[in-house]
Design a protein around this ligand. Structure first.
Ligand SMILES: [Zn+2]
Length: 489
């Protein structure tokens, strides 16, 4: 008897266009472009038609940008002996016939000084810039814009090849959250954000300058894992429903002195805050794209990468709102979303791609930020990282990657779980995004990092068990310290 062919064997044919995401150019030191592309095809059964390349790394610039002299150059600006520059990387993929989408995480805090950094409600400054600050849109817009120009130059000199097609912002972590029990310390309260809130919701912020504040209805500190949160919150929910969610998760315990009417008032203040934060974030994203794309002949597709939850606490965005604004033909500032589509809400109007990793780019970006911080002499002095030896740092990276890779959806079979719209409704999904990173990448990546020694290592002092901090894997607290540099001294 011959083996039968089942309909699921056609999954790759219905998966749509494949995008290969290369979140860091370090990946090209690990595997050459040809191997990455053949791995992609081997895994997904689809040849990648577009490659997503970063224009910036956590450890510095990948190319010169006018106006940003003095900033460090990334260790990966010349990724390999063969690919000696960002332009070389663009060229090799264009020549292979792929289109290019340039990606950027607009939060790297490598600009000296605290001027454009985010601030939490307690006044702590974080090692991350605030996208709401017009200066941030300009700086990151210029980095992205210069990347576009370099890629366009290469494309015009490489006839009959792929083209520069889009730009994508990773907004999975714009607004940090930290805190202890009963205290939610959320960003951002920098001067730019305060100005925006004062204009759009006068008097709202004063309710957040105390603890517990309205956030505690849906956010709570958990000692071992950082913050826990409720994200199944839609923009159309009533205050009663918010209080219901708080009670369901017992978050209302954080308000021992409040009665039901007080909790409802808190919920209204929370909803107002979320609305203002959403509109602020959407306009900041649009401003950055506008700055980067001003004067371009060909319009580029503007992509927003987000986790895919109904409400993203760290992106400040309501997914349904992004979808409905697009449907209503508003001037949205974005054309496409990349998200983890295994979440409760699937876009029906705005075109999207399924990002094949749980929580989309969130864990991956955090991983590269952490490694950037490990290699940054300032972070090695000013944060809890100073207690770790170089070897401990390497081990931390390996273990962290194991955790991050645990969220990978790296299997053709995972394509079977992508949402299919009900009969007779158009499918807004264009395809999927696969990440070219496997389990063994972590050890390789860790071994090649250049991690500066701590002052005690420089002095040749051997740290006894009492002096070294426990290794542990409490990344939440490490990242929190990175985000609240300065507070730790
Ligand atoms: Zn801000």
């Amino acid at each position: 008897m011959t083996r039968r062919s089942f309909s699921i064997s056609q999954v790759s044919e219905t998966a749509g266009e494949g995008v290969l995401d290369i979140p860091s150019l370090s990946v090209l030191r690990y595997k050459d472009p040809e191997t990455l592309l053949s791995d992609f095809e081997g895994l997904w059964g689809v040849r990648a038609s577009t490659v997503a390349l970063p224009v910036l790394e956590p450890d510095g610039l990948l190319f010169e940008v006018k106006g940003l002299r003095g900033l460090p150059s990334s260790n990966y600006s010349a990724p390999s002996a063969r690919l000696k520059s960002f332009a070389d990387v663009v060229k090799v993929f264009l020549t292979a016939g792929l289109d290019i989408t340039l990606t950027l995480y607009p939060g790297h805090g490598f600009i000296p000084g605290d001027g454009i950094h985010t601030r939490d409600i307690a006044g702590g400054s974080a090692n991350r810039v605030c996208i709401a600050n017009p200066r941030t849109s300009q700086i990151f817009g210029a980095i992205l814009g210069t990347g576009i120009d370099i890629a366009n130059e290469v494309a015009s000199a490489t006839k009959g090849s792929g083209k520069v097609k889009g730009v994508a912002l990773d907004v999975t972590e714009l607004w940090g959250i930290s805190g202890q029990l009963g205290r939610v310390e959320k960003t951002c309260f920098c001067t730019a954000c305060i100005r925006h809130f004062d204009k759009n919701a006068p008097d709202l912020l004063k309710h957040y300058r105390t603890f517990p504040n309205p956030w505690s209805l849906l956010l709570r500190s958990a000692s071992s894992t950082g913050m826990t949160h409720v994200s199944d919150v839609s923009a159309s929910m009533s205050a009663e429903e918010i209080v219901g969610l708080a009670r369901q998760r017992k978050f209302d315990e954080q308000f021992p002195d409040l009665d039901y009417a007080d909790l409802l008032r808190m919920a209204e203040l929370l909803l107002r805050y979320m609305r203002v934060r959403h509109s602020l974030t959407v306009s900041a994203i649009g401003a950055l794209f506008d700055y980067a794309c001003e004067g371009l002949e060909d319009q580029l597709t503007r992509v927003v990468m987000l986790e895919g939850e109904l409400y993203g606490w760290t992106s400040g965005l309501w997914l349904e709102e992004l979808d409905s604004s697009f449907a209503e033909g508003e001037e949205t500032g974005y054309d496409e979303l990349w998200l983890d589509s295994g979440m409760p809400y699937v876009p029906q109007h705005v075109p999207y791609r399924s990002y094949m990793w749980s929580r989309s780019r969130y864990y991956i970006s955090q991983f590269f930020q952490l490694s950037g911080a490990l290699c940054d002499p300032r972070s090695r002095i000013h944060t809890g990282l100073r207690h770790k030896t170089i070897e401990e740092c390497r081990q931390m990276i390996v273990e962290r990657w194991q955790m991050v890779h645990g969220s990978a959806l790296n299997a053709q079979a995972a394509l079977l779980t992508l949402p299919t719209p009900p009969e007779a409704t158009p499918d807004a999904r264009l395809g999927f995004v696969g990440v070219g990173l496997q389990q063994e990448y972590g050890k390789w990546f860790s071994d090649q990092l250049t991690i500066p020694p701590t002052s005690s290592e420089r002095r040749g002092v051997l740290l006894g068990p009492a002096a070294s901090s426990p290794m542990g894997l409490n990344m939440a607290s490490i990242l929190e310290q990175l985000q609240n540099r300065g507070d730790d001294d």
